[in-house]
Design a protein around this ligand. Structure first.
Ligand SMILES: Cc1cc2nc3c(=O)[nH]c(=O)nc-3n(C[C@H](O)[C@H](O)[C@H](O)COP(=O)(O)OP(=O)(O)OC[C@H]3O[C@@H](n4cnc5c(N)ncnc54)[C@H](O)[C@@H]3O)c2cc1C
Length: 553
């Protein structure tokens, strides 16, 4: 925690020097003593300190300054630091000003120059005020702060990105903090560029991209080496498992993740069927453990780096990144998993992030505490979401197209949902439209048998309706099935017994695609069993084929 500040302000350099010297002598162990030679300079410094989240314990301000009087300055800084103690300093016994100050700006004290000897005339007064301040002040949090609007997609994305990367932050809703709203409004772009992320060093980013956030928060975004044995694309369970095993085999490995390591599993509120965790484990915890394990064995993990393509330049495979850079390697392992499917209904677009979310936005549980939410989908991810929100929301409605939850949802989840009083399952319906003014208010449901529509009040809707593979970046290079999943090994299509376009004497290895040296594992692979354990298994097992391939280059 940064030391709180005592700031003195006087336009007379000699007086300012003297007061600074006396303040330092007595207070520098516990406070940072700052000085300003004008009201403007003081206002700028006070604004900077507010931005950094540094508390100002006391302002000691000269009354007679040319551009602004001391009381006028204290009135301004009071907006920024309402809890600070305020003391006026003047050469005259100006009682009228003092009375005015006490009534209008909450002035705490009035000191007449000179204050010698300070042990009698200065310190006792300030000691009292500071101890009073200490007992009342809520010392501000001095880490990263996000100031934004609660129902804003950009604010949601920034919070989700930092949460999933385990970067702690404080959330400030500008609709509930007037001084922060004013501060943010004064930044370039103002309230149109939200959220504003304030960093402890006094800098800030308005409406930042994941990449900007990652760079600023000190996450690793750049490859350290110019060449790798293995480049893993995608940091879900399959990619992380592959990185761990490749690294333990002594290979130089880089894992490139467009968002946050953990993948779909990272967003799961509780994974209960993964071996070795009898009480279940949150996806975030599993992702964190796996990332730490991969790093421990020497794998490099890049965050917020999107892969846009792969080039073949034998014997190398070149990974192309969205920022224009390239990472060459002998082997590329694609573990890019799935993306959630979009729900295309009237009214949805403007409400995305303002009550409508794709997938399970765990960070929003606090936002919708005590309110009614609905979950769209009938598979495990929807079931987990319903259970997760049931502990904070008032009522959870699970909207399902099928007549029954089984067989698309695991038995254990169905049992749990049945036993949870505030989850209501609505079968044989679909979402017809959504409505709300700036935030979701109602979801219109259509009965699949009668086509009748009815409105459901909901503050939030989480959409978990299936997925499509992340494989566009290799379209035209790799063989994919009709849904876009990457074909590998024995599943590759053959013409006259030979894999299409394959020129080597051997057949493709397990998990190898139609391009030698490019492998695919986990949910993105055609025929994969879409579970955490299966993805981990495939990512780990692929190492056997990778090793055999590396013997040939
Ligand atoms: C909410 C939810 C709950 C679930 N719960 C369970 C459960 O309880 N038990 C269970 O067994 N399974 C569960 N699953 C399924 C399980 O999470 C997946 O099967 C598993 O995560 C698949 O792992 P993967 O590594 O293959 O892919 P993913 O987890 O999808 O990871 C792929 C990663 O690749 C990244 N990526 C994609 N494209 C690019 C690119 N171009 N550049 C860089 N990176 C890219 C993505 O950002 C992502 O991080 C759940 C899924 C969801 C959505």
């Amino acid at each position: 925690m940064a030391r709180p500040v005592i700031m003195s302000v006087d336009d007379d350099p000699q007086v300012l020097g003297a007061i600074e010297r006396d303040l330092r002598r007595h207070y520098s162990n516990d406070y940072r003593v700052l000085k300003a030679g004008s009201a403007r300079e003081a206002l700028e410094a006070a604004t900077q300190l507010k931005r950094r989240g540094t508390a100002v314990a006391l302002f000691l301000v000269d009354q007679r300054m040319p551009e602004m009087t001391g009381t006028e300055l204290l009135a301004e800084v009071r907006q920024l630091h309402p809890e600070s103690r305020k003391v006026l300093l003047t050469a005259y016994a100006d009682t009228e000003v003092a009375i005015d100050g006490i009534n209008n700006i909450g002035l705490d004290h009035y000191l007449i120059k000179p204050w010698d000897p300070p042990d009698q005339k200065l310190y006792p007064v300030l000691d009292d005020l500071l101890s009073e301040w200490k007992s009342r002040a809520h010392l501000p949090y001095d880490g990263i702060r996000i100031a934004g609007a609660r129902l804003s997609p950009q604010s949601h994305a920034v919070r989700e990105f930092l949460s999933r990367n385990l970067v702690p932050y404080q959330w400030i809703d500008i609709d509930e903090d007037a001084s922060m709203r004013e501060l943010v409004a004064a930044f370039p772009g103002g309230l149109a560029k939200l959220p504003v992320v304030l960093f402890p060093d006094g800098t800030y980013l308005s409406a930042p991209t994941n990449r900007e956030l990652a760079d600023k928060a000190g996450l690793n975004t750049q490859a350290k080496h110019t060449f790798y044995d293995v480049a893993v694309v995608g940091g879900g369970p399959a990619g992380l498992a592959n990185a761990v095993y490749s690294a333990t085999e002594g290979m130089r490995v880089v894992l490139i993740e467009q968002s946050t390591p953990g993948g779909q599993a990272g967003g799961s509120s509780r994974i209960e069927n993964y071996l070795g965790f009898p009480n279940g484990i949150t996806g975030a915890d599993l992702a964190q453990r796996a990332s730490a394990q991969a790093r421990r064995f020497g794998a490099e993990l890049l965050t917020a780096q999107e892969v846009t393509g792969i080039r073949r330049e034998d014997p190398y495979r070149i990974v192309q990144l969205a920022d224009g850079s390239e990472i060459p390697a002998y082997v590329v392992v694609l573990t890019t998993g799935l993306a959630v499917r979009m729900l295309d209904v009237p009214g949805i677009q403007p409400l995305i992030g303002c009550g409508v979310y794709y997938g399970v936005a765990l960070s929003e549980a606090v936002t919708y505490r005590g309110e009614d939410v609905c979950i769209i989908g009938g598979a495990n991810s929807a079931g987990q979401a319903a259970l997760f929100f049931s502990s904070s929301a008032r009522q959870v409605t699970l909207v399902v197209r099928a007549a029954e939850l089984s067989p698309s949802m695991s038995h254990y989840l169905i049992e749990r949902i049945r036993a949870t009083g505030n989850i209501h399952v609505v079968p044989r319906v679909e979402v017809a439209s959504v409505c709300g003014n700036g935030r979701l208010e109602q979801v219109v449901l259509r009965d699949l048998d009668t086509a009748k529509e009815r409105k459901l009040d909901a503050a939030a809707m989480f959409i978990c309706i299936g997925t499509a593979p992340h494989s566009e970046m290799v379209a035209g290079l790799l063989e994919r099935d009709e849904k876009g999943f990457i074909r590998t090994g024995p599943d590759l299509p053959r013409i006259n017994g030979k894999v299409r376009g394959w020129t080597l004497d051997r057949d493709p290895f397990m998990f190898e695609t139609n391009v030698p040296g490019i492998f695919a594992a986990g949910d993105v692979r055609s025929g994969a069993n879409r579970r955490v354990a299966a993805a981990v298994g495939e990512g780990s097992a692929a190492i056997y084929s990778i090793r055999k391939y590396l013997e040939t280059v």
